[in-house]
Design a protein around this ligand. Sequence first.
Ligand code: G4P
Length: 530
Amino acid sequence: MSLATEIEKRRTFGIISHPDSGKTTLTEKLLLFGGAIQMAGAVKARKASRHATSDWMKIEQERGISVASSVMKFNYRLDNNDYEINLLDTPGHQDFSEDTYRVLTAVDSAMMVIDSGKGVEAQTEKLMGVCRMRNTPIVTFINKMDRDGLEPLDILADIEDKLQIECVPMSWPIGMGKLFKGVYNLHKQELNLFTPSQDTAHSDNVHIEDLDDPRLDELLGAQADELREHIELLSGASNPLDMAQFLNGGQTPVFFGSAINNFGVKELLDAFVELAPPPGPREAAERVVEPEETDFSAFAFKIQANMDPAHRDRIAFFRICSGKFEKGMSVRHHRIGKDVKLANATVFMAQDRAHVDEAYAGDIIGIHNHGTIRIGDTFTSREPLKFTGIPNFAPEMFRRVRLKDPMRRKQLHKGLMQLAEEGAVQVFKTVLSGDYLLGAVGVLQFDVAVARLKAEYNVDADYVGTDFKLARWISCDNAAKLKEFERLFSANLAHDSEEQLAYLAPDAWKLNYTEEQWPEISFHKTRESL
Ligand code: G4P
């Protein structure tokens, strides 16, 4: 098969949502449609064990779980077209972390799941912010229509208002909660009637082009007029789907359904594979790389410590950007200027890992390594390239590290640097006191860090509180101004693990105020690896 054909059939995406909106349930149904799992329950069981946190054994177990569910690959066939789908996990509960953000730098599109009872929630807003950095196309699923929730029009207004993306309803719900009758598929002009059912894909579809058709009244009773009214309202208020707008993240097609009842999921998946783009060009510092180029190129976007702490093995997740991966091939690791043999690449099937012999742009492969690979590293068959757009994200919470045995300071430093390279936590050394501060996006990473310092570096450490809540990397073209800033704000400055200077603020007000007072200084929310 040609390279172009392989690329054309691939869809690499992640789900953005707030915890409990139904991501796990939807993932499971998508995998069922792809034949990747045979029965409901497998993904949910994993999530249940994932909820358990805190002690070391549990964290270990969890690491294994999150490696296994990091990428779920499955096939899907629609109208004689075969698709290969890579669904990248975006951890969202206690395991919400910087990795969740970074996964979104490796996808070509995203599915957004909104709980119809809640509208847009905080974590979805944050993840949407990351999608916006690369104008990632978003397909929206409004879930839990079988429950009483917000009015559909209000949900759309909420999305448009909070996420600054125009909604284009592809289907329209008829009632909700106990009165939920199904949806009217606007573009197929079809009525999909709802029957609650947890395991089969079942809905009765009736083709009704003309909304004045009396069959609508027979099927929906008094709710037929309500549907007519809504659709009339909609036709005046919303624009048709514009592919260019969708592809640059300006518009999102919206579907309504109920993941747990398997309702609306097939329609969502069918539209998704047709609308969502295959792997596209990727920007490198030197030039733009096209997926059809025959030379192999990839970047590492996630590093996961392996299960066995005795080996200090790590799995680096590569997103392939061009060419063809072949088992055992040699590629150049540009940051360290060495050739490495990609012998045991792993592809992550929905349930198990399998060894891969070949892979293409859009695919994710896992490579074992002993700590030489960093997030953002580029690998190519020959040309020196550095892919961009795989940043560090400013931490949203901080802890000050307290070392119990001062004699182990060197080991502490080594352990912290390794953790920083894996991208799970960020390490800052304060300019004034030389203390180590850990910064993270999700709180679990702090527990993992102390547990790993103990197990892998024999360092006993714990945390004490700190007043800092926000960090921004700073830069300034005017050396004198920067010096003055450094002098005045020395108590708020720290260097990260790559010696980049960051300003730490106790709250958003103080950060805004400082930004306003110092217009010459640039405050960055993300930082690209060196
Ligand atoms: P998450 O991964 O986004 O956190 O959400 P998850 O799928 O775990 O769903 C969160 C809760 O919402 C679960 O209930 C799940 O069963 C429920 N849910 C998901 N989709 C729907 C839906 O379409 N309608 C309704 N009514 N509920 C839905 P739970 O009680 O927390 O867990 P469980 O005991 O059911 O597993």
